[in-house]
Ligand binder design. Structure first.
Ligand code: EPU
Length: 338
């Protein structure tokens, strides 16, 4: 039997830790709970929002309607030749899922170690790190539609994955809840070691022929060194996306700033490093009240303790204005603001 809670603190359910209350909330552990929660919202005419690990949300005020807290856990694997198909319940913790697959000797998720959040949130924003996006191992997912009550399967094409985006962050935002995700891993590792940080870490570990576990360890080590642990200092990873600009604008900027990190894309556009732009504008380590810019990675905004969401948002807006004034580039938030 599902319990609906009222006026609960949501801050502790997010990695930023900014305070806010949910009018109604329900912890959902299976499809039946989900159906009951959605029926409750429909009866009362409440809007529905889904919270997974709360690792990509900044709370800036109390949340009206019903917040569904996803705790659907499941792991089921099927080995087919060299392929391993693994279906995860969407409430599974992402890093625990990665760690488990690596310990089983399956390859594919190792570069995505230590990303906070749930498995269900991974396809939503097509998480990526160290040269790999979840899209590259994605097989299919199931999503529950709030209006029809139906569960539908989605292929990768239907998910329409892009850089930190999918159909679930656009057209289907707040209309569905992802309930399971299936990934295709391999017993025959095809390791991605192209990212400089990973190469440097492997070299420091004196590893010349890495195995899946070595990549995992290298990624965990880089992330631990560069990114703040949300259990210690509130944050939601990269606050902004890396902007994509035209080749023309990139070459103009490179003339003025020859050291600007830049990554030409296959369509002729150029991705630039938001962290570098923010650092150049002098924001690294800066503070706005109890919120601040991380001192080792300027793309990450942090809660030094007791920050409210509006303070973080104000800091983000100041950074956006300053990067726009200096470089003529608009930074777009990666974090969802509630
Ligand atoms: N840089 C700076 N100053 C900074 C931060 C970065 O000069 O304060 C420079 C770095 O020296 C490097 C470049 O910017 O030349 C890129 O930095 P980094 O390799 O740290 O990666 P990123 O582009 O800042 C992205 C993802 C991260 C992911 C890393 C590693 C986005 C928005 N962020 O960050 O993902 O872990 O690459 O692959 O794409 C996240 O999405 O929450 C996230 C943490």
């Amino acid at each position: 039997m599902l319990t609906i809670q009222h006026n609960i603190d949501l801050g502790e359910h997010t990695t930023f830790g900014c305070p806010a209350r949910a009018e109604h909330a329900a912890v959902v552990t299976n499809i039946q709970d989900l159906q009951e929660a959605v029926a409750y919202a429909r009866d009362k005419g409440l809007a529905i929002r889904v919270l997974g690990g709360g690792s990509n949300v900044l709370l800036t005020g109390n949340v009206a309607g019903l917040v569904i807290i996803n705790q659907i856990y499941q792991r089921a694997e099927c080995v087919d030749g060299h392929d391993v198909h693994i279906r995860f319940g969407s409430g599974e913790n992402w890093h625990d899922a990665v760690t488990w697959t690596v310990s089983q000797g399956w390859s594919g998720m190792e570069n995505l170690a230590l990303i906070p959040g749930t498995v269900g949130a991974a396809p939503m924003q097509n998480i990526g790190a160290y040269g790999v996006e979840q899209a590259s191992i994605f097989e299919e997912l199931e999503a529950f539609h709030f209006e029809s009550g139906e569960i539908r399967k989605y292929t990768a094409v239907e998910c329409d994955f892009g850089y930190r985006v999918s159909v679930f962050k656009r057209e289907l935002r707040d209309k569905v809840m992802i309930t399971s995700v299936t990934y295709r891993l391999s017993l025959d590792p095809k390791l991605v070691t192209s990212y400089r940080d990973v190469q440097e870490e492997l070299a420091a570990m004196s590893i010349t022929t890495p195995r899946t576990l070595d990549i995992y360890n290298a990624v965990v080590s880089v992330r631990t060194r560069k990114l703040p642990d949300p259990r210690v200092i509130g944050n939601a990873g990269s606050f902004f996306m890396n902007p994509v600009i035209t080749a023309e604008q990139a070459s103009e900027l490179l003339e003025k700033y020859p050291t600007m990190p830049n990554y030409p894309q296959s369509d002729g556009t150029v991705k630039v490093a938001a962290g570098w732009l923010i650092e150049q504008c002098g924001w690294k380590g800066a503070r706005n009240g109890a919120s601040g810019v991380h001192d080792r990675q300027a793309l990450v905004l942090v809660n030094h303790g007791g920050a409210v969401g509006s303070e973080v948002l104000e800091l983000a807006e100041k950074i956006q204005r300053s990067v726009a004034d200096t470089f003529g580039i608009t930074l777009v938030r990666e974090v969802n603001v509630w």
